[in-house]
Design a protein around this ligand. Structure first.
Ligand SMILES: [Zn+2]
Length: 481
């Protein structure tokens, strides 16, 4: 029988991996997995950030079905929604994870190996090596079982703060990041809400190319560490019969839209993520599949590959199996949908639509974090970097998408018999100047390392620090669509 290992590379943009065309060679080992498997070129994580991203990844549902829209831990998935580990455990799989999310993400796992990393060094963190320590234990334990396994590994390296260890810290940057004559970071340092946080981990940096290079260096470090996992799989003789699934819960904004070094905004930088499947005994080699595909498709695809596709139907999963696209090369440009419904509940609350040609973004609370109240419309064929907002030039397209978005929400609320979850869940608030070592959410029940006392209980719910919204600064303007 086939084993499954699902790997989430948190905060990893598709376009910063070399197998997705990045000009830097960031991911030689992930690239190897792609070469011996299937890479989906246009795969999107439609619900950001971390909690909705992973909940969607592991349920095959959208936010209207599972109702996890943001980072608050008191909004659990809707009753009856099953996590992939729960499903596979019932089917006789050994289930284990190397992860620190805890909460509902722990459901269905027989064993969870938590991890933590040393944050005493303010310049270099070795996150992936800490994760690898947990992964090694999980893999060893799984290999000794007399049944197939489902494992989940969760890496965090490209998540801020970007502090890659040597020699990766100078892999992609050769200049003087504190050159007093460089003014490229001026706008970043003028951004009140984040500047205290940024000053914690990149003090006095003047060259914006430096944090961009460090983001890539974090991917390269993570990729090198992931090579150890591939080696261990080989040594255990598990490579051929193990379905390896590599993906990410969301991407990251670098300097594309003035939302620096964080993952808010429904731009492709944040929602276009990698999806690579490899299973030498079952799947073709070196296949690249085009067409729009999305995170809700992941769990139905894994189930289908395991000959458990009927469960996706029984559970009423929102996503579609991508196996037909893999098996029928003629259909590989078709995708699983023509239109992806996207949502964010980060520092901003928005939803929208992404088609092959268009990106439509509708703000639910205005002004947003950046003082913007506009609807956004981008022609992705002529403006793939989403730089020119056509909201005023193309009113007929805006009208069409506004109606389509309204209809979509209404349809999903009827189908799920749920209330719209986005207006219900408040935007999580965090304070300026929190220590950077809490930038990653950790379930305290799973945390082994000695942590500084965290006084604000709500911090355990969040993936974001460095920003405090003034009371009354943001008002809810509309809940439609
Ligand atoms: Zn995340």
């Amino acid at each position: 029988m086939t084993n499954v290992i699902l790997v989430s590379f948190d905060t990893t943009r598709a376009d910063r991996l070399s197998c997705y065309g990045h000009f830097r060679r960031t991911s030689p080992h992930i690239d190897q997995v792609a070469e011996r498997g299937v890479l989906f070129t246009d795969f999107f994580s439609p619900h950001i950030p971390t909690f909705p991203g992973h909940t969607t990844m592991m349920t095959g549902m959208d936010v209207y079905a599972h109702r996890v829209t943001g980072q608050l831990h008191n909004y659990e998935p809707t009753e009856g929604v099953q996590m992939l580990a729960e499903i596979l455990q019932k089917k006789g799989y050994y289930t284990a994870a190397a992860d620190n999310l805890g909460r509902w993400f722990a459901r269905g796992f027989e064993a969870i190996e938590p991890y933590g990393w040393d944050t005493a060094d303010k310049n270099h963190w070795r996150k992936a090596e800490a994760v690898n320590g947990a992964v090694k234990k999980v893999l060893t334990s799984a290999a000794s079982q007399d049944k197939p396994f489902f494992l989940f590994f969760h890496y965090w390296d490209p998540h801020t703060p970007y502090l890659p260890p040597a020699p990766f810290d100078r892999m992609f940057y050769f200049g003087d990041e504190k050159d007093p004559d460089n003014t490229s970071m001026d706008a970043v340092w003028d951004f009140e809400n984040f500047k205290y946080y940024f000053s914690e981990w990149m003090p006095d940096v003047t060259d914006i190319e430096f944090p961009k290079a460090q983001y890539d260096a974090e991917i390269a470090y993570m990729d090198a560490c992931f090579a150890h996992v591939l080696t261990q799989l080989d040594e255990l003789g598990l490579t051929s019969d193990t379905l390896l699934v590599l993906t990410a819960d969301h991407g990251e904004e670098l300097d594309e839209h003035g939302h620096w070094f964080d993952h808010h905004g429904l731009y492709d930088t944040n929602i276009h993520v990698p999806l690579i499947l490899s299973c030498p005994s079952l799947l073709p080699e070196g296949l690249r599949v085009g067409g729009l595909t999305q995170m809700p498709d992941l769990t139905p695809t894994i189930l289908d590959i395991l000959d458990l596709g009927h469960i996706a139907q029984e559970q009423g999963m929102f996503g579609k199996s991508l196996l037909p696209l893999i098996n029928s090369p003629a259909s590989t440009q078709r995708g699983s949908t023509d239109c992806i419904h996207i949502t964010e509940n980060t520092w901003m609350k928005k939803r929208g639509l992404r088609t092959h040609q268009w990106k439509f973004i509708y703000p639910l609370e205005v002004p947003d974090l950046h003082g913007n109240s506009d609807i956004e419309l981008y022609d992705l064929l002529n403006d793939p970097d989403e730089q020119v907002n056509l909201v005023h030039e193309r009113p007929e397209v805006v009208a069409r998408f506004t109606k389509q978005l309204e209809d979509w929400v209404a349809e999903r609320l009827t189908a799920t018999n749920n209330e719209d979850p986005l207006p219900l869940h408040p935007i999580p608030l965090r304070s300026i100047g929190r220590s950077m070592d809490i930038a990653v959410p950790r379930d305290k029940r799973l945390t082994k390392e000695v942590e500084k006392p965290v006084t604000d209980e709500s911090l355990e719910g969040g993936d974001f620090i460095g920003y405090e919204r003034e009371e009354g600064n943001t008002t809810s303007s509309s809940h439609n669509p």
